[in-house]
Design a protein around this ligand. Structure first.
Ligand code: SF4
Length: 475
Protein backbone atom coordinates (compact mmCIF):
# COMPACT_ATOMS: atom_id res chain seq x y z
CA UNK A 1 0.00 0.00 0.00
CA UNK A 2 1.51 3.29 -1.11
CA UNK A 3 2.46 5.86 1.48
CA UNK A 4 1.97 9.55 0.60
CA UNK A 5 5.34 11.23 1.13
CA UNK A 6 5.45 14.82 -0.03
CA UNK A 7 8.51 16.64 -1.33
CA UNK A 8 8.10 18.80 1.79
CA UNK A 9 8.51 15.74 3.98
CA UNK A 10 11.81 14.96 2.28
CA UNK A 11 13.14 18.55 2.23
CA UNK A 12 12.59 20.18 5.60
CA UNK A 13 13.99 23.41 6.98
CA UNK A 14 15.66 22.82 10.33
CA UNK A 15 18.74 23.23 12.50
CA UNK A 16 21.97 21.21 12.38
CA UNK A 17 23.82 19.03 12.92
CA UNK A 18 21.64 15.93 12.46
CA UNK A 19 18.14 15.21 11.20
CA UNK A 20 17.76 11.95 13.11
CA UNK A 21 19.67 13.01 16.24
CA UNK A 22 18.80 16.73 16.41
CA UNK A 23 15.72 17.56 14.34
CA UNK A 24 13.90 14.29 15.14
CA UNK A 25 14.35 14.51 18.94
CA UNK A 26 13.42 18.21 18.77
CA UNK A 27 10.20 17.32 16.96
CA UNK A 28 9.58 14.43 19.40
CA UNK A 29 9.83 16.86 22.32
CA UNK A 30 7.31 19.15 20.59
CA UNK A 31 4.97 16.20 20.07
CA UNK A 32 5.31 15.23 23.71
CA UNK A 33 4.24 18.75 24.67
CA UNK A 34 1.30 18.39 22.26
CA UNK A 35 0.23 15.17 23.99
CA UNK A 36 0.43 16.81 27.41
CA UNK A 37 -1.63 19.71 26.11
CA UNK A 38 -4.25 17.41 24.58
CA UNK A 39 -4.54 15.50 27.85
CA UNK A 40 -4.88 18.86 29.71
CA UNK A 41 -1.79 17.92 31.71
CA UNK A 42 0.71 20.59 30.71
CA UNK A 43 0.14 22.81 33.73
CA UNK A 44 0.20 19.87 36.15
CA UNK A 45 3.77 18.90 35.22
CA UNK A 46 6.35 19.40 37.97
CA UNK A 47 9.35 17.70 36.35
CA UNK A 48 10.37 15.94 33.12
CA UNK A 49 13.05 13.42 32.31
CA UNK A 50 14.20 12.12 28.95
CA UNK A 51 15.78 8.73 28.31
CA UNK A 52 17.80 8.46 25.11
CA UNK A 53 18.51 4.99 23.75
CA UNK A 54 20.80 3.30 21.23
CA UNK A 55 22.39 5.51 18.61
CA UNK A 56 20.76 8.61 20.09
CA UNK A 57 22.65 7.88 23.28
CA UNK A 58 25.93 6.75 21.70
CA UNK A 59 26.34 9.81 19.46
CA UNK A 60 23.79 12.11 21.06
CA UNK A 61 26.32 14.47 22.65
CA UNK A 62 28.15 15.08 19.37
CA UNK A 63 24.87 15.42 17.51
CA UNK A 64 23.43 17.89 20.07
CA UNK A 65 20.50 15.60 20.90
CA UNK A 66 20.42 16.92 24.46
CA UNK A 67 20.26 20.53 23.26
CA UNK A 68 17.56 19.67 20.72
CA UNK A 69 15.39 18.04 23.37
CA UNK A 70 15.75 21.05 25.66
CA UNK A 71 14.85 23.44 22.84
CA UNK A 72 11.85 21.33 21.87
CA UNK A 73 10.60 21.17 25.46
CA UNK A 74 11.04 24.95 25.63
CA UNK A 75 8.47 25.31 22.84
CA UNK A 76 10.93 26.49 20.19
CA UNK A 77 10.35 25.60 16.52
CA UNK A 78 13.47 24.45 14.63
CA UNK A 79 12.16 25.93 11.40
CA UNK A 80 11.79 29.46 12.73
CA UNK A 81 13.92 29.88 15.87
CA UNK A 82 16.51 32.64 15.30
CA UNK A 83 19.82 30.74 15.29
CA UNK A 84 21.42 33.45 17.42
CA UNK A 85 18.90 32.76 20.24
CA UNK A 86 19.84 29.10 20.68
CA UNK A 87 22.94 29.57 22.84
CA UNK A 88 21.16 31.97 25.20
CA UNK A 89 18.20 29.61 25.72
CA UNK A 90 20.50 26.68 26.51
CA UNK A 91 22.67 28.81 28.79
CA UNK A 92 19.60 29.99 30.69
CA UNK A 93 18.37 26.39 31.21
CA UNK A 94 21.77 25.27 32.41
CA UNK A 95 22.49 28.21 34.70
CA UNK A 96 19.02 28.44 36.29
CA UNK A 97 18.41 24.66 36.43
CA UNK A 98 15.00 25.48 35.06
CA UNK A 99 13.20 24.93 31.77
CA UNK A 100 10.23 26.98 30.59
CA UNK A 101 8.05 24.10 29.46
CA UNK A 102 6.29 24.96 26.16
CA UNK A 103 7.41 28.54 26.81
CA UNK A 104 4.57 28.64 29.36
CA UNK A 105 5.45 26.83 32.55
CA UNK A 106 8.83 27.06 34.27
CA UNK A 107 9.80 23.84 36.07
CA UNK A 108 13.07 22.66 37.65
CA UNK A 109 15.36 20.94 35.14
CA UNK A 110 18.83 19.56 35.78
CA UNK A 111 20.10 18.73 32.33
CA UNK A 112 22.93 16.47 33.56
CA UNK A 113 20.48 14.31 35.50
CA UNK A 114 17.23 14.74 33.60
CA UNK A 115 18.60 13.71 30.19
CA UNK A 116 19.77 10.13 30.55
CA UNK A 117 22.04 8.50 27.98
CA UNK A 118 21.19 4.76 28.08
CA UNK A 119 23.53 2.56 26.07
CA UNK A 120 20.96 -0.12 25.35
CA UNK A 121 18.80 -0.15 22.20
CA UNK A 122 15.00 -0.29 22.17
CA UNK A 123 13.80 -3.17 19.97
CA UNK A 124 11.71 -1.17 17.49
CA UNK A 125 14.40 1.20 16.15
CA UNK A 126 17.98 2.26 16.91
CA UNK A 127 16.93 5.84 17.73
CA UNK A 128 14.48 5.55 20.62
CA UNK A 129 13.64 8.12 23.31
CA UNK A 130 11.20 8.12 26.19
CA UNK A 131 9.80 11.29 27.76
CA UNK A 132 8.42 11.09 31.29
CA UNK A 133 6.42 13.90 32.87
CA UNK A 134 5.88 13.83 36.64
CA UNK A 135 2.60 15.39 37.75
CA UNK A 136 1.59 17.32 40.83
CA UNK A 137 -0.63 14.39 41.93
CA UNK A 138 2.37 11.97 41.81
CA UNK A 139 1.17 10.34 38.59
CA UNK A 140 3.39 10.04 35.51
CA UNK A 141 2.76 10.51 31.79
CA UNK A 142 5.19 8.49 29.66
CA UNK A 143 5.61 8.53 25.89
CA UNK A 144 8.19 6.86 23.62
CA UNK A 145 9.17 8.13 20.18
CA UNK A 146 11.53 6.94 17.47
CA UNK A 147 13.52 9.20 15.20
CA UNK A 148 13.65 7.18 11.99
CA UNK A 149 15.82 9.46 9.85
CA UNK A 150 15.38 12.72 7.95
CA UNK A 151 13.59 14.33 10.90
CA UNK A 152 10.70 11.83 10.70
CA UNK A 153 9.38 10.79 14.12
CA UNK A 154 7.03 7.89 14.80
CA UNK A 155 5.46 6.03 17.67
CA UNK A 156 5.48 2.25 17.51
CA UNK A 157 1.75 1.97 18.08
CA UNK A 158 1.01 4.37 15.21
CA UNK A 159 3.05 2.25 12.82
CA UNK A 160 1.26 -0.90 13.94
CA UNK A 161 -2.14 0.80 13.74
CA UNK A 162 -1.35 2.01 10.24
CA UNK A 163 -0.57 -1.54 9.14
CA UNK A 164 -4.01 -2.68 10.31
CA UNK A 165 -6.01 0.25 8.93
CA UNK A 166 -4.20 0.36 5.54
CA UNK A 167 -4.82 4.05 4.88
CA UNK A 168 -5.03 4.68 1.12
CA UNK A 169 -2.73 7.35 -0.24
CA UNK A 170 -4.68 10.27 -1.68
CA UNK A 171 -2.13 11.13 -4.38
CA UNK A 172 -3.43 10.78 -7.95
CA UNK A 173 -0.17 8.98 -8.76
CA UNK A 174 0.68 6.97 -5.64
CA UNK A 175 4.11 5.43 -5.87
CA UNK A 176 6.09 2.92 -3.88
CA UNK A 177 8.53 1.95 -6.59
CA UNK A 178 10.45 3.60 -9.39
CA UNK A 179 8.80 1.23 -11.88
CA UNK A 180 5.36 2.61 -10.92
CA UNK A 181 6.61 6.17 -11.30
CA UNK A 182 7.98 5.37 -14.75
CA UNK A 183 4.69 3.79 -15.79
CA UNK A 184 2.82 6.99 -14.83
CA UNK A 185 5.31 9.08 -16.81
CA UNK A 186 4.84 6.90 -19.89
CA UNK A 187 1.05 6.60 -19.66
CA UNK A 188 0.52 10.30 -19.04
CA UNK A 189 3.40 11.50 -21.20
CA UNK A 190 4.70 13.55 -18.31
CA UNK A 191 8.12 14.14 -16.77
CA UNK A 192 8.83 12.99 -13.22
CA UNK A 193 8.56 16.55 -11.89
CA UNK A 194 5.13 16.92 -13.57
CA UNK A 195 3.89 13.74 -11.88
CA UNK A 196 5.20 14.98 -8.52
CA UNK A 197 3.54 18.35 -9.07
CA UNK A 198 0.16 16.65 -9.67
CA UNK A 199 0.61 14.70 -6.44
CA UNK A 200 1.51 17.83 -4.49
CA UNK A 201 -1.54 19.65 -5.88
CA UNK A 202 -3.74 17.06 -4.17
CA UNK A 203 -2.43 18.37 -0.83
CA UNK A 204 -1.95 22.13 -1.30
CA UNK A 205 -2.57 24.92 -3.79
CA UNK A 206 -0.16 25.70 -6.62
CA UNK A 207 0.65 29.02 -4.97
CA UNK A 208 1.60 27.29 -1.72
CA UNK A 209 3.70 24.69 -3.52
CA UNK A 210 5.57 27.41 -5.42
CA UNK A 211 6.06 29.52 -2.32
CA UNK A 212 7.32 26.66 -0.17
CA UNK A 213 9.69 25.28 -2.83
CA UNK A 214 11.24 28.71 -3.28
CA UNK A 215 11.46 29.16 0.49
CA UNK A 216 13.43 25.89 0.62
CA UNK A 217 15.72 27.13 -2.14
CA UNK A 218 16.30 30.47 -0.43
CA UNK A 219 17.23 28.64 2.77
CA UNK A 220 19.71 26.49 0.82
CA UNK A 221 21.18 29.53 -0.92
CA UNK A 222 21.50 31.48 2.31
CA UNK A 223 23.11 28.48 3.97
CA UNK A 224 25.75 28.26 1.21
CA UNK A 225 26.26 32.03 1.42
CA UNK A 226 26.78 31.94 5.19
CA UNK A 227 29.10 28.95 4.93
CA UNK A 228 31.24 30.61 2.25
CA UNK A 229 31.60 33.73 4.38
CA UNK A 230 32.27 32.19 7.82
CA UNK A 231 35.78 31.52 9.13
CA UNK A 232 37.09 29.76 12.19
CA UNK A 233 36.92 26.46 14.05
CA UNK A 234 33.80 24.34 14.24
CA UNK A 235 32.37 23.64 17.71
CA UNK A 236 32.58 20.25 19.42
CA UNK A 237 36.25 19.84 20.33
CA UNK A 238 37.65 18.25 17.16
CA UNK A 239 39.21 21.60 16.17
CA UNK A 240 38.06 21.21 12.59
CA UNK A 241 38.81 24.38 10.64
CA UNK A 242 36.18 25.67 8.26
CA UNK A 243 37.47 25.38 4.69
CA UNK A 244 34.70 26.84 2.53
CA UNK A 245 35.75 30.42 3.41
CA UNK A 246 39.30 30.19 1.99
CA UNK A 247 38.25 28.07 -0.96
CA UNK A 248 35.52 30.55 -1.81
CA UNK A 249 37.85 33.55 -1.48
CA UNK A 250 40.34 31.93 -3.85
CA UNK A 251 37.65 31.15 -6.37
CA UNK A 252 35.69 34.38 -6.37
CA UNK A 253 38.50 36.88 -5.85
CA UNK A 254 37.33 40.49 -5.85
CA UNK A 255 33.63 40.55 -6.51
CA UNK A 256 30.84 42.89 -5.63
CA UNK A 257 27.70 41.57 -3.94
CA UNK A 258 25.73 42.14 -0.76
CA UNK A 259 23.12 39.36 -0.55
CA UNK A 260 22.80 35.64 -1.34
CA UNK A 261 20.99 36.41 -4.62
CA UNK A 262 23.53 39.01 -5.81
CA UNK A 263 26.28 36.57 -4.80
CA UNK A 264 24.70 33.91 -7.04
CA UNK A 265 24.54 36.36 -9.94
CA UNK A 266 28.16 37.37 -9.35
CA UNK A 267 29.33 33.75 -9.46
CA UNK A 268 27.40 33.30 -12.70
CA UNK A 269 29.43 36.14 -14.18
CA UNK A 270 32.72 34.60 -13.03
CA UNK A 271 34.57 32.77 -15.72
CA UNK A 272 34.82 29.24 -14.32
CA UNK A 273 37.81 27.38 -15.67
CA UNK A 274 37.39 23.66 -16.28
CA UNK A 275 39.71 22.70 -13.40
CA UNK A 276 37.78 24.93 -11.01
CA UNK A 277 34.43 23.19 -11.44
CA UNK A 278 35.18 20.53 -8.85
CA UNK A 279 36.40 23.21 -6.45
CA UNK A 280 33.22 25.25 -6.81
CA UNK A 281 30.97 22.23 -6.28
CA UNK A 282 33.02 21.13 -3.28
CA UNK A 283 33.00 24.64 -1.88
CA UNK A 284 29.17 24.80 -1.97
CA UNK A 285 28.86 21.40 -0.28
CA UNK A 286 31.49 22.21 2.37
CA UNK A 287 29.75 25.51 3.10
CA UNK A 288 26.41 23.85 3.87
CA UNK A 289 27.87 21.15 6.05
CA UNK A 290 30.06 23.56 7.99
CA UNK A 291 26.94 25.59 8.75
CA UNK A 292 25.22 22.34 9.72
CA UNK A 293 28.09 21.32 12.03
CA UNK A 294 27.88 24.75 13.68
CA UNK A 295 24.19 24.16 14.53
CA UNK A 296 23.10 26.55 11.80
CA UNK A 297 19.97 26.52 9.65
CA UNK A 298 19.97 24.00 6.79
CA UNK A 299 17.51 22.11 4.64
CA UNK A 300 17.34 18.43 5.55
CA UNK A 301 17.89 16.79 2.18
CA UNK A 302 17.11 14.00 2.98
CA UNK A 303 19.12 14.33 6.23
CA UNK A 304 21.21 17.05 7.84
CA UNK A 305 24.48 15.12 7.58
CA UNK A 306 23.95 14.98 3.82
CA UNK A 307 22.39 18.44 3.47
CA UNK A 308 25.16 19.79 1.22
CA UNK A 309 24.79 17.47 -1.76
CA UNK A 310 21.53 18.75 -3.24
CA UNK A 311 22.26 22.50 -2.93
CA UNK A 312 25.76 21.98 -4.35
CA UNK A 313 24.44 20.11 -7.40
CA UNK A 314 21.65 22.63 -7.95
CA UNK A 315 24.22 25.44 -7.77
CA UNK A 316 26.35 23.54 -10.27
CA UNK A 317 23.39 23.58 -12.66
CA UNK A 318 22.73 27.29 -12.10
CA UNK A 319 26.30 28.55 -12.31
CA UNK A 320 27.90 26.10 -14.74
CA UNK A 321 25.25 24.44 -16.89
CA UNK A 322 22.50 26.99 -17.39
CA UNK A 323 22.87 30.68 -16.62
CA UNK A 324 19.33 31.32 -17.85
CA UNK A 325 17.75 28.94 -15.34
CA UNK A 326 15.43 30.44 -12.76
CA UNK A 327 12.72 29.47 -10.32
CA UNK A 328 11.00 27.09 -12.76
CA UNK A 329 14.08 24.87 -12.98
CA UNK A 330 14.80 25.18 -9.25
CA UNK A 331 11.29 23.92 -8.40
CA UNK A 332 11.58 21.13 -10.96
CA UNK A 333 14.91 20.05 -9.44
CA UNK A 334 13.56 19.97 -5.88
CA UNK A 335 10.45 17.99 -6.86
CA UNK A 336 12.44 15.27 -8.63
CA UNK A 337 14.94 15.10 -5.77
CA UNK A 338 12.14 14.77 -3.20
CA UNK A 339 10.43 12.00 -5.15
CA UNK A 340 13.60 9.91 -5.45
CA UNK A 341 14.26 10.38 -1.73
CA UNK A 342 10.75 9.15 -0.94
CA UNK A 343 11.32 5.98 -3.01
CA UNK A 344 14.39 5.21 -0.87
CA UNK A 345 12.51 6.01 2.32
CA UNK A 346 9.65 3.66 1.37
CA UNK A 347 11.79 0.84 -0.02
CA UNK A 348 14.84 1.07 2.21
CA UNK A 349 15.85 3.70 4.77
CA UNK A 350 17.20 7.23 5.08
CA UNK A 351 18.45 6.60 8.61
CA UNK A 352 22.19 6.12 9.16
CA UNK A 353 21.35 4.33 12.39
CA UNK A 354 19.60 1.71 10.23
CA UNK A 355 21.72 1.71 7.09
CA UNK A 356 24.99 3.60 7.54
CA UNK A 357 26.05 6.49 5.33
CA UNK A 358 24.67 4.91 2.14
CA UNK A 359 21.30 5.99 3.62
CA UNK A 360 22.43 9.61 3.91
CA UNK A 361 25.09 10.58 1.37
CA UNK A 362 24.10 7.72 -0.95
CA UNK A 363 20.44 8.76 -1.02
CA UNK A 364 21.19 12.48 -1.33
CA UNK A 365 23.54 11.78 -4.22
CA UNK A 366 20.89 9.67 -5.91
CA UNK A 367 18.26 12.40 -5.42
CA UNK A 368 20.59 15.07 -6.83
CA UNK A 369 21.67 12.93 -9.79
CA UNK A 370 18.08 12.32 -10.84
CA UNK A 371 17.11 15.97 -10.47
CA UNK A 372 20.11 17.18 -12.45
CA UNK A 373 19.47 14.61 -15.16
CA UNK A 374 15.91 15.83 -15.68
CA UNK A 375 17.05 19.47 -15.91
CA UNK A 376 19.70 18.48 -18.44
CA UNK A 377 17.08 16.93 -20.69
CA UNK A 378 17.05 13.32 -19.52
CA UNK A 379 14.04 11.14 -20.20
CA UNK A 380 12.27 9.64 -17.16
CA UNK A 381 14.17 6.38 -17.84
CA UNK A 382 17.48 8.26 -17.82
CA UNK A 383 16.49 10.20 -14.70
CA UNK A 384 15.86 6.94 -12.83
CA UNK A 385 19.07 5.52 -14.26
CA UNK A 386 20.99 8.52 -12.89
CA UNK A 387 19.50 7.86 -9.45
CA UNK A 388 20.46 4.19 -9.73
CA UNK A 389 24.04 4.91 -10.82
CA UNK A 390 24.60 7.36 -7.96
CA UNK A 391 23.41 4.87 -5.34
CA UNK A 392 25.14 1.89 -6.94
CA UNK A 393 28.47 3.53 -6.10
CA UNK A 394 27.56 4.33 -2.52
CA UNK A 395 26.35 0.85 -1.54
CA UNK A 396 27.90 -0.33 1.69
CA UNK A 397 29.11 3.12 2.76
CA UNK A 398 29.44 3.07 6.53
CA UNK A 399 28.71 5.75 9.11
CA UNK A 400 31.59 6.34 11.54
CA UNK A 401 31.67 10.01 12.62
CA UNK A 402 34.70 10.81 14.74
CA UNK A 403 33.72 11.89 18.25
CA UNK A 404 30.06 11.44 17.31
CA UNK A 405 30.25 14.84 15.59
CA UNK A 406 28.84 15.44 12.13
CA UNK A 407 32.21 16.69 10.87
CA UNK A 408 34.70 13.97 9.90
CA UNK A 409 34.07 12.28 7.50
CA UNK A 410 30.67 13.91 7.02
CA UNK A 411 31.57 17.36 5.69
CA UNK A 412 33.94 16.17 2.97
CA UNK A 413 31.67 13.28 2.16
CA UNK A 414 29.08 15.74 0.89
CA UNK A 415 31.55 16.96 -1.72
CA UNK A 416 32.00 13.37 -2.88
CA UNK A 417 28.25 12.79 -3.01
CA UNK A 418 27.74 15.93 -5.09
CA UNK A 419 30.47 15.10 -7.59
CA UNK A 420 29.25 11.52 -7.97
CA UNK A 421 25.74 12.87 -8.57
CA UNK A 422 26.95 15.07 -11.44
CA UNK A 423 28.87 12.17 -12.93
CA UNK A 424 25.88 9.83 -12.55
CA UNK A 425 23.66 12.32 -14.39
CA UNK A 426 26.19 12.64 -17.20
CA UNK A 427 26.59 8.86 -17.50
CA UNK A 428 22.83 8.38 -17.64
CA UNK A 429 22.46 11.07 -20.29
CA UNK A 430 25.09 9.31 -22.38
CA UNK A 431 23.44 5.89 -22.06
CA UNK A 432 20.56 4.25 -23.89
CA UNK A 433 18.19 3.13 -21.08
CA UNK A 434 17.56 -0.06 -23.09
CA UNK A 435 21.08 -1.09 -22.08
CA UNK A 436 20.58 -0.50 -18.36
CA UNK A 437 21.24 -3.68 -16.39
CA UNK A 438 20.21 -2.57 -12.90
CA UNK A 439 16.81 -0.93 -12.37
CA UNK A 440 16.52 1.64 -9.59
CA UNK A 441 14.15 -0.61 -7.63
CA UNK A 442 16.82 -3.33 -7.52
CA UNK A 443 19.40 -0.94 -6.10
CA UNK A 444 16.87 0.25 -3.49
CA UNK A 445 16.30 -3.37 -2.44
CA UNK A 446 20.04 -4.05 -2.44
CA UNK A 447 20.68 -1.02 -0.28
CA UNK A 448 18.17 -2.27 2.27
CA UNK A 449 19.67 -5.76 2.24
CA UNK A 450 23.14 -4.24 2.68
CA UNK A 451 21.79 -2.15 5.58
CA UNK A 452 20.47 -5.29 7.27
CA UNK A 453 23.79 -7.11 6.74
CA UNK A 454 25.91 -4.19 7.97
CA UNK A 455 27.54 -4.56 11.36
CA UNK A 456 25.85 -2.29 13.92
CA UNK A 457 29.09 -0.54 14.77
CA UNK A 458 28.97 1.13 11.35
CA UNK A 459 25.48 2.53 11.87
CA UNK A 460 25.96 5.89 13.56
CA UNK A 461 27.30 4.52 16.83
CA UNK A 462 30.87 5.88 16.56
CA UNK A 463 32.02 2.40 17.63
CA UNK A 464 33.76 1.44 14.38
CA UNK A 465 35.74 2.68 11.40
CA UNK A 466 37.32 6.14 11.52
CA UNK A 467 35.62 6.89 14.83
CA UNK A 468 37.76 4.18 16.46
CA UNK A 469 40.87 4.41 14.28
CA UNK A 470 41.18 8.15 14.91
CA UNK A 471 40.02 9.49 18.24
CA UNK A 472 39.49 13.09 19.26
CA UNK A 473 42.96 13.36 20.83
CA UNK A 474 44.61 12.37 17.53
CA UNK A 475 42.81 15.23 15.85
S1 SF4 B 1 29.19 9.47 8.30
FE1 SF4 B 1 27.50 9.89 6.87
S2 SF4 B 1 25.70 9.03 7.83
FE2 SF4 B 1 27.26 9.18 9.40
S3 SF4 B 1 26.83 11.13 10.44
FE3 SF4 B 1 28.35 11.50 8.81
S4 SF4 B 1 27.16 12.10 6.99
FE4 SF4 B 1 25.73 11.17 8.46
Amino acid sequence: MEECISVFDMLKIGVGPSSSHTLGPWRAAERFLGELRNELLLHAVTRVKIDLYGSLSLTGKGHATDLAVMLGLSGQDPEYIPIENIAAIIKSIESKNEINLANEKPIPFYFLQDIIFNKNFLPFHANGMTFTAFMNDDSEYISTFYSIGGGFVVKEERINAKKKIQIKCAFPYPTDKASELLAYCKNENKSISEIVFENEKSMRTEAVIDHELIRIWHTMLECMYIGCHSEGILPGGLNVRRRAFDMHQNLIGLANYNSPQSWLEEIRKTEVKFRQILKWVSCFALAVNEVNAALGRVVTAPTNGSAGVIPAVLMYYLVIENHQAGEKQIKQFLMVAGEIGSIFKKGSTISAAMGGCQAEIGVSSSMAAAALCELMGGTPEQVLMAAEIAMEHHLGLTCDPIGGLVQIPCIERNTMGAIKAINAAELALATDPENAKVPLDKVVETMWQTAKDMNNKYKETSEGGLAIAVNMADC
